[in-house]
Design a binder for this molecule. Sequence first.
Ligand code: NG1
Ligand code: ZN
Length: 535
Amino acid sequence: LDLCLHPKPAGLVLQYGTAGFRTNAKQLDHVMFRMGLLATLRSKKTEATIGVMVTASHNPEEDNGVKLVDPMGEMVTPTWEGYATQLANAEQEDLLAALKDVIEKEAINMSQEANVFVGKDTRSSSASLSQAVLDGVSALGGHNYGLVTTPQLHYMVCCQNTQGKYGEATVEGYYKKLCQAFIQLTNNASNCTDDQKHLSVDGANGIGALKVREMESHLKKELHISLFNDGSKGKLNHQCGADFVKVQQNAPTGIKINPGERGCSFDGDADRIVYYYIDSEGQFHLLDGDKIATLISTFLKELLTQAALDLKIAVVQTAYANGSSTHYLEDTMKVIVRCTKTGVKHLHHAAQEFDIGVYFEANGHGTVLFSKAAEEKIQQLAENPGADDERKRAALLLQNTVNVINQTVGDAISDMLLIEAILAIKGMTIQQWDAIYSDLPNRQLKVKVSDRRVIDTTDAERRAVSPAGLQEAIDSLVKKYRQARSFVRPSGTEDVVRVYAEAETQESADDLAHEVSLAVYRLAGGVGDEPKPLH
Ligand code: NG1
Ligand code: ZN
């Protein structure tokens, strides 16, 4: 094994962040190689297949990133995130020692076989960077999956390690399982017209677009997709995609959508989705991760009641969840709501504590987890010859719902199929879905500071404990507005501090966000020009 293959530029320091390493693609060659090495070690340690995904998700095309996927398709465990950071930052001459350190600490049996699945998105840098990963995996049993969405890679890792119990570890197997469940579900939507079966999809000019095309024939015309931003001309994530739509609160460019019709946007690696429509007055309406979580949990709760199954359902959110969604879920729907730190791994973990855990970030990343016991109860009822018709029908619907969901990670394609099925079964329009509750107006801003680590937070990132005086400043600004809330946190994927504010009116939310940005700029070492007011 030649450790000099992809040398590290001296002095460069990177962190394994919210979703792995992520920065300009030019800085990542050595990181990829080393993540190939680390994935091999992780595979030997767990005696299972490990995944490595090369993507920078919703970031610009020039960026790239890499993250590891653990045996059941989940994010790699925190101790190993630490190893990842150590390996990535070891200077060239210290690399061997850093590797030996991991091998020793984890008591890894080096004669154990290794198996690593490597996936990549459509970025121009992804081909050579995934090759660097494979060089790291070298002759140790690496398997190149080529172009896949992030959730497809997670899915295939899980299938492989459950000996096919979760499904077949191929992209075809993925389409078959999801689409079959989708078709079974929509069989329950008796009078669905062709109009209602139509959906416009913004593929963000990324991998999701290619994969939707690949999947289409499996849908047997039960869903009619018009695909936009399919990568044939536009630039990845540029003025399109889920992040653009969520942050700008506007439709992506490149999509044609009639008033009142449903549209949705994926992000660059297809693990996020948001929905929207434009009303007859031309007004844009966003249905984000919070609205999706509400729709899904309402549907599941109704089915549980019909099936008379006593299973505990909870919704997991982050501080970015719109306050109206939290109120609706707690007060009207009476489901348990949990708030965790930003980052899928935190939500996923919290969701595992319930029979059914629905988790979504407001930005549209999310899925549903069913405990083993819950899946068994559902199956028993579905197969019970003595059960009455209504209970049985609900159990069958639940069973197909389980199968259409990718439980390994948030998945735009799987979430899209589930949402489309729910709307069809309930005979619900996107306007009716939108009307379940009204979002509080909100604003997200970024502030550049010299070192964002000076901001420390607590209470699931809802309060800042440092720098001194910042939280007090935020508290007094929030008091000026009605129904207001605001918090700040250092981003885990960009070199910025994020500011979130919501309030009774858009103007108040914008003003509050700006004032809090100023407080961050002044108290946390802002650089560049002072933040300017939005109006
Ligand atoms: P950071 O940059 O840590 O805020 C962003 C998203 C996360 C998560 C990660 C990974 C927001 C506010 N933050 O993290 O929710 O999705 O990217 O992609 O949307
Ligand atoms: Zn993504």
